[in-house]
Ligand binder design. Structure first.
Ligand SMILES: Nc1nc2c(ncn2[C@@H]2O[C@H](COP(=O)(O)OP(=O)(O)O)[C@@H](O)[C@H]2O)c(=O)[nH]1
Ligand SMILES: [Mg+2]
Length: 341
């Protein structure tokens, strides 16, 4: 296998098939190359996902989000340790929507996780944002499916910031963990309300800091006040996602491991509840993110194909000149794809 992971993008169909079989056989470098293809949305990714998607669906997908500095990466590292002790294989996808270049902001995290560099049942991957809106959720979901098919039992999706796209990525997991830390200031309070809406489990990290207990109590009160029990959230184009149970609020100290076994147990309980319910809302949200994203890619490719490109450009110019409204333009473009297809 070539050392250059970018080479995956140039592999032909036969190369792609061999890559997938190698990854399924436990070749971690092949797995890394497939994830690069997924990130770059190349044809290798399509070949790999067509083969691997049916093999996935067993792993527990856990989204971890929260304000920068709350301790997400430290917590992920602690969770890896606890899950490995329980004999589980752990995949991590660290999603960084702010960085156009893989790795940038996450380099520090990767160094921190070097502890696991020699453990073949731990696979850590960072991913940058690519493409259009919604692309991030579908790319993360596809990466998780690849790791799932490759046999990882627990897949952690760590998101870097607290923007809408990160929330969508985290909320597409089976279980969404929202991290907070004590005394993080007023701006964070504003973010909190939105973040709490997607939480299945709320973790107050830095339990060793003063005020941690109080922060936990405040969060519990907020969850009751916002009536999370009867509410629902929106996942992109999906229907409101029912939240039948108020999230647990747990205290952890990621740096020492305090509270981590309890968090793992809470994750398992949430997963079990989801299984009983058929996993429907989160899994449907993931399916939709992937299919809508592929549809958008296909439609864009078709409208930019040589046969349609000039007409597409002309339509766009008419909209720019206010000769045509954007809805009429969309109608026109959809009709043109039906005729050419
Ligand atoms: N005191 C204390 N510090 C922590 C704890 N967890 C993380 N930190 C520190 O908080 C800082 C930010 O942690 P990091 O995991 O990078 O946060 P992230 O930005 O959410 O990924 C680092 O200096 C960590 O060592 C904790 O439980 N207690
Ligand atoms: Mg981090």
């Amino acid at each position: 296998m070539a050392a250059d992971p970018k080479g995956a993008a140039d592999a032909g169909p036969r190369g792609a098939d061999a890559l997938v079989e190698a990854a399924l056989g436990g070749d971690r470098r092949a797995l890394a190359r497939i994830l690069t293809a997924v990130e770059n949305r190349t044809s290798v990714a399509e070949i790999a996902l067509r083969r691997m998607y049916p093999l996935a669906g067993r792993a527990h997908l856990v989204g971890i989000t929260g304000p920068p500095g709350s301790g997400k990466s430290t917590l992920v590292s602690a969770l890896i340790g606890a899950a490995r002790e329980a004999g589980r294989a752990v995949g991590v996808v660290a999603v960084d929507p702010s960085s156009p270049i893989t790795g940038g902001a996450l380099l520090g995290d990767r160094v921190r996780m070097q502890h696991y560099a020699t453990d073949r049942d731990v696979f850590i991957r960072s991913m940058a944002a690519r493409g259009h809106a919604g692309g991030l959720a579908s790319t993360s979901t596809a990466a998780a499916a690849v790791l799932d098919a490759a046999g990882f039992d627990l897949i952690l999706l760590e998101t870097v910031g607290t923007g809408q796209s990160e929330v969508e990525v985290a909320a597409a997991a089976d279980t969404t963990v929202v991290l907070e830390a004590p005394e993080m200031g007023d701006e964070v309070q504003a973010i909190k309300a939105g973040l709490l809406e997607v939480a299945d489990i709320v973790v107050v990290n830095k339990g060793d800091r003063p005020g941690a207990q109080r922060t936990a109590s405040q969060l519990r009160a907020m969850l009751v006040a916002t009536g999370r029990a009867g509410g629902g959230i929106r996942d992109g184009a999906a229907k409101p996602r029912p939240r039948p149970k108020e999230p647990e609020v747990l205290l952890t100290t990621a740096t020492t491991g305090d509270g981590i076994p309890e968090l793992l147990a809470s994750l398992d309980r949430h997963r079990a509840r989801g299984r009983d319910a058929g996993d429907t809302p989160a899994r449907l949200a993931r399916a939709e993110a992937q299919v809508w994203s592929i549809l958008a890619d296909r439609l864009r490719a078709e409208l930019h194909a040589p046969a349609n490109r000039d007409a597409t450009d002309a339509t766009m110019r008419k909209v720019a000149g206010h000769e045509l409204d954007p809805f009429a333009a969309a109608d026109e473009l959809l009709r043109s794809t039906r005729h050419s297809g």
